[in-house]
Design a binder for this molecule. Structure first.
Ligand code: DX5
Ligand code: ZN
Length: 227
């Protein structure tokens, strides 16, 4: 089956002193979504940015802004990120006791809704909320920092998730992979059934960003066509 494959550069590895230009550059090279990593220093040991950055980015780009909340009590901040112009919002299953309620808050804001899972979190938490999901973000490193090494055990996790989604009538739910994604691991994860490929250091740290995005696109498309 023909399915969607999207590349989402993560601005965590961009030069924040010229963020608008960085986003415009990768968008011109064919980036599909712009991934925005929000960290609070509690859920993860790092602090990044809030809704105001999304609002400013929204004013300079037409690329959908994909907001990944790595924060405790995500439900409290979702309305602000939606108002700022997020195209999609994911929050961590580990960061709230109220996954269902939090998904409703995102949906009510007319934003694509996703649940993010740490590498060690089982897929079971998705079972009773899958009807309310547009996408699932599978962390392929532990959240908190860019430039970490891809965790190989997550390949089987994505395969199982894709099989389960297809078998239960949820083939249209996208799987997003995030962490340690480069040309090689993007190909591997595309073959496993992933749809959205977040890449920070592999794209913004590349000596030639345009060629890297092109190579990543080719690796993803070639792998997706493998039976
Ligand atoms: C990690 C973030 C990622 C990060 C990925 O906590 O969620 O989006 O930017 O960075 P790379 O692609 O360098 O692993
Ligand atoms: Zn992320």
């Amino acid at each position: 089956m023909e399915s969607l494959r999207l590349i989402a550069p993560s601005i965590l590895s961009a030069n924040f002193a010229k963020l608008g230009d960085e986003v415009a550059e990768v968008a011109a090279y064919g980036a599909d979504w712009i991934h925005v990593d929000v960290m609070d220093g509690q859920f993860v040991p790092n602090i990044t940015m809030g809704p105001i950055v999304v609002e400013w980015l929204k004013s300079v780009t037409s690329s959908p802004l994909d907001v990944h909340l790595m924060i405790v009590s995500p439900e409290a901040y979702i309305p602000a990120f939606a108002k700022a112009g997020a195209g999609s919002i994911s929050f961590h299953a580990e960061a709230t006791s109220h996954i269902h309620r939090t998904l409703q808050i995102i949906r009510e804001a007319n934003v694509r809704a996703g649940v993010a899972l740490n590498p060690s979190t089982p897929l079971d938490v998705l079972e009773y909320v899958v009807d309310d999901l547009d996408f699932i973000l599978v962390m392929t490193v532990n959240p908190g920092f860019g430039g970490q090494k891809f965790i190989p055990a997550t390949v089987a996790k994505v395969q199982r998730l894709r099989e389960w989604l297809d078998a239960t009538g949820h083939a249209d739910v996208l799987i997003e992979v995030d962490g340690g994604i480069n040309v090689t691991t993007a190909g591997v994860m595309s073959e496993a059934g992933a749809n959205v490929f977040v890449a920070g250091s592999a794209i913004f740290g590349a000596s030639d960003r345009q060629i890297t995005i092109k190579q990543m696109r080719e690796a993803i498309e070639n792998a997706a066509q493998r039976p």
